[in-house]
Design a protein around this ligand. Sequence first.
Ligand SMILES: Cc1cc2nc3c(=O)[nH]c(=O)nc-3n(C[C@H](O)[C@H](O)[C@H](O)COP(=O)(O)O)c2cc1C
Length: 325
Amino acid sequence: MTLQVTRVGSLNSDQVNFVLRSAMLAPSTHNTQPWLFRCTGTGIELHADPRRILPVTDPDRRELVLSCGAALFTLRTAIHALGFHPATSLMPSRVDPDLLAIVRPLAERTPEPRAVGLARAIPRRRTNRRPFLSTAVPRPILPLLRHATELEHAWMSILDAEQCRLLRDITDRAHLGQLADPAFLAELHRWTELRAGTRDGVPSYATAGSPADESWLLDEFGAAGAGPRADPLVVLIGSLTDGRLDRLQAGQALQRVLLTATAAGLDASFISPPILVPSARAELRRLVGSGVWPQVLLRFGYGSPLPWTPRRPLEDVLLGKPVSA
Ligand SMILES: Cc1cc2nc3c(=O)[nH]c(=O)nc-3n(C[C@H](O)[C@H](O)[C@H](O)COP(=O)(O)O)c2cc1C
């Protein structure tokens, strides 16, 4: 038995296949890919996959919803790039909290050049955890990244050198706390020691070459002997309130920012301890000011090419009526 992709609204089955396979390339915490899709005659439903919760790392499912938001933005972008309008309802059900969105592809039109550019970046985007090159990120990119965030109803703060220095200390303390928690380490190892043939979790080659200590991400200097590096570009994506809808929107903003950066030739990686550890998140919130709730902290720069991280087969993330293979 297998699940079959069928026509959805104006999209034929090949187009539905394309947009779903694109959505699955979104980033997710530990590559858990915590999303499920159901194709109805008129729309594509995005559901959170409760089997993919990280009880220790993400007890309130904040990162799960962010990851699903990233998949949602990717789905919308792929539909846009095919020349359809992705009419989107967020959190449409009062009874089913796992139904996060319904996207209905509407009338065909000329594909938007901006959406086409972002869609081309979908398969090229990678999380790059290795040290970046010393080339500084050109400042004209900053308004592009900020605008990308605001288009998805989230906020961006760009940290200055002093804030990065203080963030380094917050990150160090938060990370030490994480390393002292056996349950956190067990969950981390479960998802990052990928067995051959597994199509979820983070493969060792994706983390090879990146120091285990996360505060190096904020260093102005690379590995010993690598010479001075440019100031790191560190940005925070935040929301005005901290509910599920805010997180879903922040996840969409995250992916719009990442694709915008990829299209501009930039690489990105995540700085998570100050977001995941509640006391550190409170400190980060005070550090950045302006009342926003920190959702994602990213570092941008220029890196060397990386192989891709595998994804689950499409059939694993499809909900629906089984039909005979
Ligand atoms: C909300 C969120 C949090 C993440 N946190 C981390 C992190 O703490 N450390 C890390 O190395 N990668 C982090 N990632 C990146 C994922 O590990 C990555 O997306 C996944 O392994 C798939 O690889 P790819 O992004 O190269 O496609 C995060 C991604 C998301 C969406």
